[in-house]
Design a protein around this ligand. Sequence first.
Ligand code: AMP
Length: 142
Amino acid sequence: MSYDPANIFARILRGELPAHVVEETEDTLTFMDIMPKANGHALVIPKEGAPNIFEISDDGLHKLITQVKRVAKASQRAYPGNGVRVIQLNGSEAGQSVFHLHFHIIPSADGMNFGFHGGAAADEASLSEHAQRLKQALATID
Ligand code: AMP
């Protein structure tokens, strides 16, 4: 599938739309999901413009998954007592709604009950608070 540079995450990467950024690396950006499935729901995206896992370069995917692991570790530290869901969707048939590759990192405590999407937008104060919590945990990860 072709990559549309006008997608929401590409616009966040260019600074055209705001985001609660948790961490930026040379190759990735981590920020809070605006309609979180749980407090602390973060998204990790590559800077490389790929719509899905099939289209990204192997090198780009390697860097991305390394950052996914780092943020998942931070999530575990920031939300003790929770498990961590790492979810990634490819294609509208699979439920993907933003066509810039991304991994969801979601602190989860509800067992197998993982209905996806359809949450309400969180308020700015809550997104900011949870971005801060993840940032603090990231600072403790090598
Ligand atoms: P997916 O269905 O896997 O493509 O997930 C896209 C995710 O992007 C959803 O969980 C949305 O809540 C989230 N989202 C959409 N727009 C924004 C935005 N402007 N900032 C942060 N997250 C967003």
